[in-house]
Design a protein around this ligand. Sequence first.
Ligand code: 3PY
Ligand code: MG
Length: 253
Amino acid sequence: MNAFKEALARRVPRIGLWQALANPYTAEICARAGFDWLLFDGEHAPNDLQTMLAQLQAVAPFAAEPVVRPRNDDPALIKQYLDMGFRSLLVPMIDSGEQARRLVAATRFPPHGVRGVASATSRASGFGTNRSYLGSAHEDICVIAQIESRAALAAIEDIAATDGIDALFIGPGDLAGALGHLGDPMHADVQAAIAEAIDRIAAAGKPGGIFALSSEDAQRRLADGVAMVSVGTDIGLLVSGARALRQSLPVSG
Ligand code: 3PY
Ligand code: MG
């Protein structure tokens, strides 16, 4: 059972941490910290299939759900992530209901989709030992569409109405760029667009999510009704911790 997917469906708040260091050692450290989900970033971080696999294995003993972000909605890439054992996907730049339908099809075996079959060699099926995998895989697969463009904002209802889309997740960084405020996601226009998007996602009957820009932002958006927030990144923790430690001893020379 995918407890993360079940919790989202019940709108139980799920708090996540972004993983961009592309490293199993640091992923294991973060998995011990009590987050509900960890996002392994294949869109912007220097990950390949082997680094993703190593991180997935490193966090396997822990409760945090590993969520992978592929660099795009390529069905061939999604197939490899699913075969290696990721079952929760956050897919960037989903701009239409049609694209959302193709995305879901990439995660489903025939006749419901186009996912290729590798049941006996995939880690996802216990290397062939889980005999019911082909028939039951879809139950645990959680597909989250990122909303981060003008087209996506216009298509929220279509994307939300797509069977198999489990949540819609707002990307404030790209959305700010799309709305003419590159690098300024806290701009009032961007924040207003986000607030409206959160309301429309909820009205469309799907859980919403967002990459929060701070703990305060996360708390505010949870109060607005989103079910999944990420509250920081492994890189951000390392940068702020290292700098704060150095600055606590203002001695040089
Ligand atoms: C964005 O802010 O654009 C995202 O994709 C979340 O990091
Ligand atoms: Mg983005």
